[in-house]
Unconditional design. Sequence first.
Length: 206
Amino acid sequence: MIRALGTQPYEQVWRAMRDLTAARDASTPDELWWLQHEAVYTLGKAGRHEHLHDTGDTPVVASDRGGQVTWHGPGQLVVYTLLDLHRLGLTARGAVSLLEDALVVALASAGISAAPRADAPGLYVAGAKIASLGLRVSRGCCYHGVALNVECDLEPFTRIDPCGMAGLAMTRTVDLGCQEGVATWAPPVLDALAAGIAMRREATAA
């Protein structure tokens, strides 16, 4: 099931993800939510406040996802993946790889060559980070997901150490020859994720 949520505050959507995950059972369908967030910095479970330098008036939220610190805001495509990992035969690491592989496919469809890094989840183009990734696993199910920089302002990333990495360069699709906005990027990303999930379902059913 795919849900388009428009532009939403971070904490409201986070609560909804937690509630769905807490209430789901073995028959609950998996869901993909796509949206943009109002500007916010989020600290993952491993996040440290020393990686926040000058956040100004932008809210900072301590989240339960994996990873370090990042920024979300308008012009960034966020896709939350509410998946039953046990049903898909996936470990947490396998879920991360599923998301990374799907983004590689989606970006390649627009001629952008991106790749993951073994030491830092997410997608990179020529050393610059174009997509961030973080998951939370609870009761064999995951939530949170991926954030693709499309046409967002990159200045907020200069106020932090993105993913806990000082000086990490960030990039976005609009800087790589793709002028399409978030709404145009959502279908290829969702299609690639849905295809990856379908392949896992077929594998577990075989």
